[in-house]
Design a protein around this ligand. Structure first.
Ligand code: SAM
Length: 295
C-alpha cells in the first residue's frame, strides 16, 4: 500500500502539469504557480516550453524528456527527485502521459515511493468527448491508431463490440484513411470530429461517419483532430456470470438485419451476418426479414 497526502508532501515531488492545447488562456493559475516554484521542468521540447515560460515571465531550468530519450532520462530524473528536488513534467500540449511521454516516469516515481501530484489542465480527448453530443459515459480513450491500415483495422476490431463511446486522436493527413477504416470495421456510426479545439479555427462535424467522410473528400483536412465515435449498442456481447449473452437477443430478426445495414453492410451481407450469429439458415432469415418487412 502506497499512501500519499499530496498537500503534506515536501521536497522531491513530481508534478504532472497540464498545459494548453492551443489557447494560452487555458493554463491554470495553479499550473503557473507550480511551474514557477519547482526546481526543474521536464518537457518534450525545450524550445516549445521556453515559449510558454517566457509568455508567463518564468525563467527555469529545463530538461528534455521526449519520445526518444524518455527511457534514458528515467534514472537521472528519479535521482533528482530522490535528492529532494521538485520536478514539473509537461508535454508540448495537454496532459502528459496522454498520447505523450510521461507514463514511465510517473510509474517509476510511484514505484520509488515519490509523491506524484496531478495539476489538471486541458486535454483534447475529454474536451471533445464532453461537447460531442454522444454519451460521455462510459467512454474508452484509444488515442492514435496504428498508421498501417491492416494493423489499424485489427486494432479497431478489438473494440467493435465495446458498448462505450470511443475517442481517438489523428493527424490531419491520416484522418480520411483512418475514418474509412473506422467505418469499415465499426460500421456507419454517429461521430463527432473536433478540429483545432480552443483555437481560432475550432470546428466541429457531428453526423454519421459517411456524411463526415463525404465532406472531408471535398475539403483538405487541416489542423489537429480528435474523433469521438458512438459505441456499440449497450446490449452488445457481454459475459454475465461467466456465460456469454448474445447482444442481439432482444432484437427481432428484422431489427437484427437492420442493425447490420445501418453499420454499412448490404442487405445480402446483413442477412448472412444475422444468419451466422443466430446459427440459422440464410433462407430462413431472408424469409423472416421479408415477412416482417412486408407486414
Ligand atoms: N497530451 C495531449 C492531450 O492531453 O490531449 C495529446 C497529445 S497528442 C501527441 C496530440 C494529438 O491530440 C493531436 O494529433 C490531436 O489528435 C489531439 N489534439 C491535440 N490538440 C488538439 C486540438 N486543439 N484540437 C483537436 N485535437 C487536438
Amino acid at each position: 500500500m502506497k499512501r500519499q497526502k499530496s498537500f503534506e508532501s515536501e521536497g522531491g515531488v513530481l508534478y504532472v502539469v497540464g498545459t494548453p492545447i492551443g489557447n494560452l488562456g487555458d493554463l491554470s493559475e495553479r499550473a503557473k504557480q507550480v511551474l514557477a516554484e519547482v526546481d526543474l521542468i521536464a518537457c518534450e521540447d525545450t524550445r516549445h516550453t521556453r515559449k510558454l515560460l517566457s509568455h508567463l515571465g518564468i525563467s527555469k531550468a529545463m530538461i528534455s524528456y521526449h519520445e526518444h530519450n524518455r527511457l534514458a532520462r528515467l534514472s537521472l530524473l528519479l535521482g533528482r527527485l530522490q535528492e529532494g528536488k521538485s520536478i514539473a513534467l509537461v508535454s508540448d500540449a495537454g496532459m502528459p502521459g496522454i498520447s505523450d511521454p510521461g507514463e514511465e516516469l510517473i510509474h517509476e516515481a510511484v514505484q520509488a515511493g515519490m509523491p506524484v501530484i496531478p495539476v489538471p489542465g486541458p486535454n483534447a480527448a475529454l474536451s471533445a468527448l464532453v461537447a460531442s453530443g454522444l454519451p460521455p459515459q462510459p467512454f474508452l480513450f484509444i488515442g492514435f491508431l496504428p498508421r498501417n491500415s491492416k494493423e489499424r483495422m485489427a486494432e479497431l476490431d478489438k473494440w467493435k463490440e465495446t458498448p462505450a463511446t470511443l475517442v481517438f486522436y489523428e493527424a490531419p493527413h491520416r484522418i480520411r484513411p483512418m475514418l474509412k477504416d473506422v467505418m469499415e470495421v465499426l460500421g456507419d456510426r454517429k461521430v463527432a470530429l473536433a478540429r483545432e479545439l480552443t483555437k481560432k479555427h475550432e470546428e466541429w462535424m457531428r453526423d454519421s461517419l459517411s456524411a463526415c467522410l463525404r465532406l472531408l473528400e471535398e475539403e483538405k483536412p487541416r489542423g489537429e483532430w480528435t474523433v469521438v465515435v458512438e459505441g456499440a449498442p449497450v446490449d452488445g456481447n457481454r459475459a454475465e456470470n461467466g456465460r456469454d449473452v448474445t447482444w442481439w437477443q432482444a432484437l427481432t430478426v428484422r431489427e437484427h438485419v437492420d442493425w447490420h445495414i445501418r453499420r454499412g453492410k448490404t442487405k445480402k451481407e446483413a442477412i448472412q451476418a444475422t444468419a451466422a450469429e443466430r446459427s440459422l439458415p440464410k433462407r430462413e432469415v431472408y424469409n423472416e426479414y421479408h415477412r416482417e418487412t412486408d407486414q
